[in-house]
Design a protein around this ligand. Sequence first.
Ligand SMILES: *Cc1c(COP(=O)(O)O)cnc(C)c1O
Length: 389
Amino acid sequence: MQHDFYRDTWVEVNLDAISHNVKSMKHHIGEDTEIIAVVKANGYGHGALKVAESALTSGATMLAVAFLDEAIALRHSGIEAPILILGATRAADAQLAITYNITLTVFSLDWLNEAKQYIEAGELQLHVKLDTGMSRLGVRESEDLATIFNFVKESSEFTITGIFTHFATADEKDLHYFHAQYEKFQELLRAVSHQGLLVHCGNSATGLRFPGKLYNAVRLGISMYGLSPSAEIKNELPFILEEAFSLHAKLVHVKRIPKGTKVSYGATYEAEEDEWIGTIPIGYADGWIRSLRDSDVLIEGRRAPLVGRICMDQCMVRLPYEIPVGTTVTFIGKQHNERISVDEVAKRLNTINYEVTCMISSRVPRKFVRDKKIIELSNPLLSNVSKES
Ligand SMILES: *Cc1c(COP(=O)(O)O)cnc(C)c1O
């Protein structure tokens, strides 16, 4: 999967950080609890395949994604580990899931009845989802749960291998709702025999804070990438998380503009004195969205402000002095003693760190680093272009 790129904008993904975070979580939750590495949304924007490989060699035993397409892509890339789809899948695609040996989430009897008609060979593996308070997907009543278990017992097309729920507030200081959901989960579990099943309820926040409440697996997402599930619990993490994601580009043009000169669309920025302005080849189509105007970037180890509107493919920075074309500009990450964290960008956008790494678009190539060396490049744009042609 070695793809070149011809553009000086890239995401760097530190796979050692992924390994560190997975191993630390494994140590924290103990031998008997499995790690399901959550690599949906292209590994939260990091690159699903390389993250999956790193997680699996660091102690994870299963992967989870949101949609069947994501799972099939991983299978085609050579991933053989168990994969769980967390979202809803069409009943009509049940046979496809069997063919690719992918476990689906189920939460309704109607779905099972419909899927049954599409299964011609093999047995579909299922995790049953319980809704204990998210009101997103899941069985809500003990009777419905028992009905689903009985239906599966009588059907040769299906086998239940897991049962799970998802918490709405595991990352908050106030844990009332969390505990209510936990109790509801216990209550629903009592309605069926779950011996031998993979029973899981925890996301990163639950794994970090309640390693004793995980049953036998944790679904590790955000903290595998080195990010805190929320700002609220950032100061009480049980081990150090290492951020894997950084975003960089290189200056492509540098010039001195006289006082009064305007910058970018709308001519909304005006130089207050003679200024050095640099142009950077990243814009809102790359996910560096227009509301990030005026945010800082790092150049030569110090902060410099973006000025003027962010364009689709480019933006401008006010430099403290003349800096050569080709100098690296860091949007997220570290330079010398300065750092712009994913959390800083999230705060500026009034959103959560999850959204920031997800929104850096696939137009930005990913460099995968292990042991300080680039081990692979991925550029979906050119993934079908062979090097010879
Ligand atoms: C995305 C997701 C996770 C991962 O949550 P994090 O907070 O990123 O650890 C776990 N479970 C389900 C059902 C999810 O959709």
